[in-house]
Design a binder for this molecule. Structure first.
Ligand code: PMP
Length: 353
């Protein structure tokens, strides 16, 4: 690309992406290990089929029916005007940065956290401020407020449950950040459905805060990562704002139809959540029994300490047919909770280390 008139800030960069390797046990991208049940796949197929003759027409630009279905799923008194959808929550977050950040503005996050947040900032020309969580990966209201007051970012990302550490944030942190900031506060709840009982969602804070946005996805609990459907809930004016930057017809009629069919069968899809939580809790308990440090998890993955160079442990597990994630945290690795047999394979590969 050296000969191309590429943006200076993109020169020398590599595209983001976890390895997509063909190994027996893939536990590196927090997908849902359970494939779509046959009756649900049939229903999605019929819904998509019904759209095919109309593919000569553009889709509903505002995806109204899908947004109504998503609002009904979320509850909390939310309606269509408070929900927006796009091709994955990554695209939703990109649109938020396009609308509320961009050149001359800043976005902040508390690392270690989801690595796409700073990359989306870079792609939209937003300066990134990398604040830090506590050494035990927690985040207190006092520490968060100090960072926000010092930098006054235009957008603050809070991730709850946090990727890659797994733990949900106390709502007091979100409240404190909202009070201390003048910008938008985006709470990334990609893993909300996996939270341990009693874990509050930031959706409950929406009525009191116009600058709060909660992003969600169908990629994890719904097992719909390939369908690419993410969404947000916020004040209707936030939805109006992202519509200023979205591409017209960004959500294909096939995506809208497939997502609506999947939502209509949510009970059949979300049954996997309890099974996955069981495996997550089994991984946490087993690794702690083995004397490893493990972060508490409200998500479908577990961050654990390998006690040595994580790159060597990662390669060793890969050699044993188990792909986990090196998130770049020295001595720690992240594993997705999947099926019982995937947990067996992971625990065996790690023990054999
Ligand atoms: N947020 C977090 C915290 C994630 O871990 C992920 C997926 N890895 C996403 C958002 C993006 O998910 P999607 O674009 O598939 O909705």
């Amino acid at each position: 690309m050296t000969d191309l008139p590429l943006r200076d800030d993109l020169r020398g960069k590599s595209p983001y992406g976890a390895p997509q390797l063909d190994v027996p046990v893939r536990l590196n991208t927090n997908e849902n290990s359970y494939s779509v049940p046959e009756p649900v796949a049939d229903a999605i197929g019929k819904a998509v089929q019904a759209e095919l003759r109309d593919l000569n027409r553009y889709p509903d630009r505002d995806a109204v029916a899908l947004r109504a279905d998503l609002a009904a799923y979320l509850g909390h008194g939310l309606g269509t005007a408070q929900v927006w959808a796009a091709n994955g929550s990554n695209e939703v977050q990109q649109q938020l940065l396009q609308a509320f950040a961009g050149p001359g503005r800043t976005a902040m996050g508390f690392g270690p956290s989801y690595s796409m947040h700073p990359l989306l900032a870079a792609g939209t020309g937003t300066a990134w401020i990398g604040a830090l969580r506590d050494p035990d990966f927690g985040l207190t209201p006092g520490a968060a407020v100090a960072y926000v007051e010092q930098h006054q970012p235009d957008v603050v990302f809070l991730c709850s449950p946090n990727n890659p550490t797994g733990t949900a944030l106390d709502p007091s942190v979100i409240d404190a950040v909202l009070s201390a900031s003048r910008g938008m506060v985006v709470v990334d709840e990609a893993y909300a459905e996996f939270a341990r009982p009693g874990t509050p969602t930031a959706l409950a804070l929406l009525p009191a805060h116009k600058r709060l946005v909660v992003t969600r996805t169908m990629s994890k609990a719904f097992g719909f990562a390939g369908g690419r459907l993410g969404y947000l809930a916020a004040h209707p004016e936030v939805v109006d704002a992202v519509q200023l930057v979205r591409l017209p017809y960004h959500l294909s009629s096939l995506t809208q139809a497939a997502a609506r069919a999947a939502l209509a069968h949510r009970d059949a899809l979300l049954v996997t959540v309890d099974a996955i939580k069981e495996q997550r809790d089994r991984i946490v308990a087993t690794l702690r029994e083995r004397g490893l440090r493990v972060a508490d998890s409200d998500a479908n993955f577990v961050l654990f300490e390998v006690g040595g160079d994580q790159r060597i442990a990662w390669q060793h597990m890969l050699d044993n047919g188990v792909l986990v994630r090196d998130v770049g945290l020295p001595a720690w690795l992240r594993v997705t909770a999947g099926t019982p047999s995937e947990t067996d394979a992971f625990l065996a590969a790690l023990e054999d280390k």
